[in-house]
Design a protein around this ligand. Structure first.
Ligand SMILES: Nc1ncnc2c1ncn2[C@@H]1O[C@H](COP(=O)(O)OP(=O)(O)O)[C@@H](O)[C@H]1O
Ligand SMILES: [Mg+2]
Length: 368
């Protein structure tokens, strides 16, 4: 039984080839092997070395005519949409689409054209977007969002941590090298870049210890003072559309503005982080009033998705639990205050997930 498919790409567009190869290497390396050529003669050299097998050859329009009679694998035209596609092309796929959809289409064409028996499946993930929000500052939104991301990653889930704070603290928790950041990503989206999914994939960072994916913070926090709600939703849709992630955790700032409202509307679930104090009580009521006023229908849907969480909880503090309530919704969990929850090592902030905090996060995720 075969377990890897050998893909070869033939296209003059070096950037495209690089992002494709990088995408396959980072997400599909157990199933696909890929080699890329910018000239037909290089492909011929490669094939003439003997032993080398190509199962699927993806060819741009420029080369299609030359190769069709010379290759034994399944030949697929990478259509760039620039000219009409002629009927003599038997297998065609759209060059610019989500990495996962692209590979799924390649697999589908290949499976119809081969007699070999391959032992794998290309499951599509069902991504859930979980927002972490608080109407009050400093309640531990980021700590809960990062803790939830780490817990999920430990459980073997594929996690994207998307930080949309005004003052992002991402570099405190995760490390990674990358030229692009959230500003360049918003720019890609604004300029309607064609192969956005592949670009996003190339622009993300992967934290080496947790394997959590994320973007570096934007160049300037002014990027978030503007209305970028459309771009952020496009970003979330694209991330979801790649089918790479089990969960996308969105860490948000406190304001009720266009950006945050759009995100809250798009999330599947929302963790609402509060504290056992008057500020949280008042701000919760304020936020609910605001949401009901702004757009009753849409914002009721937001309220439905809230899971109330009290963070920094201490049993020693006198407090009337009934004050933190939304309609008939009870508190989902109390996350205890933990002394020395964070430690700094080599410039990075580490959360003590073996503490009562970690246990509460685990419990919280079981119920969302
Ligand atoms: N359960 C907890 N126990 C102890 N300290 C906490 C807890 N949750 C958060 N903190 C601390 O509270 C501070 C603010 O947390 P942060 O997540 O940055 O808040 P926010 O994102 O809401 O502004 C941080 O110093 C963090 O370590
Ligand atoms: Mg925060």
């Amino acid at each position: 039984m075969l377990d890897k498919i050998n893909l070869a790409l033939l296209d003059k567009d070096k950037d495209y080839l690089n992002s494709f190869v990088e995408y396959v290497a980072s997400t599909k390396s157990q199933k696909l092997q890929v080699i890329a050529f910018t000239e037909y003669k290089y492909l011929l050299n490669y094939l003439s070395e003997g032993q080398k097998q190509v199962d699927v050859l993806l060819v741009s329009r420029d080369f299609y005519k030359d190769v069709s009679s010379n290759c034994s694998g399944v030949i697929i035209l990478l259509d760039d949409g620039k000219a009409e596609v002629c009927t003599r092309y038997k297998n065609i796929i759209n060059k610019y689409q989500y990495g996962d959809k692209l590979t799924a289409e390649i697999m589908s064409i290949f499976s119809k054209n081969t007699v070999a028996n391959y032992n794998f499946d290309f499951d599509e993930k069902k991504t859930k977007i979980i927002g972490v929000y608080s109407p009050a500052g400093g309640t531990g939104t980021t700590t809960v969002a990062v803790g939830a991301s780490i817990q999920l990653a430990w459980e073997g889930k594929d996690v994207f941590y998307l930080n949309l704070e005004n003052m992002p603290s991402t570099p405190l928790y995760f490390t990674g090298e990358q030229n692009d950041n959230l500003s360049t990503i918003l720019y890609f989206i604004k300029s309607k870049a064609k192969n956005l999914a592949i670009k996003l994939d190339g622009a993300k960072c992967v934290d080496p210890s947790y394997k959590i994916h994320y973007f570096l913070p934007p160049d300037s926090i002014y990027d978030f003072n503007e209305d970028v709600s459309k771009e952020i939703i496009t970003l979330l849709r694209e991330l979801k559309g790649t089918n790479q992630y089990d969960k996308i955790i969105v860490d948000m700032s406190c304001e009720i503005n266009k950006n945050n409202l759009a995100v809250l509307q798009y999330c599947d679930e929302i963790i609402l982080v509060l504290e056992q104090d008057k500020t949280s009580e008042i701000k919760l009521q304020c936020m609910l009033k605001e949401l009901r006023l702004l757009s009753p229908k849409n914002n009721c849907e937001i309220i439905e998705k809230f899971h109330l969480v009290v963070n920094k909880y201490s049993a020693d503090t006198m407090w009337d639990e009934g004050k933190l309530k939304i309609s008939e919704k009870e508190l989902l969990i109390k996350i205890p205050w933990v002394e020395n929850l964070t430690t700094f090592k080599e410039g990075l902030c580490r959360l003590d997930m073996n503490s009562e905090f970690g246990k509460a996060i685990y419990q919280m995720l079981l119920n969302i």
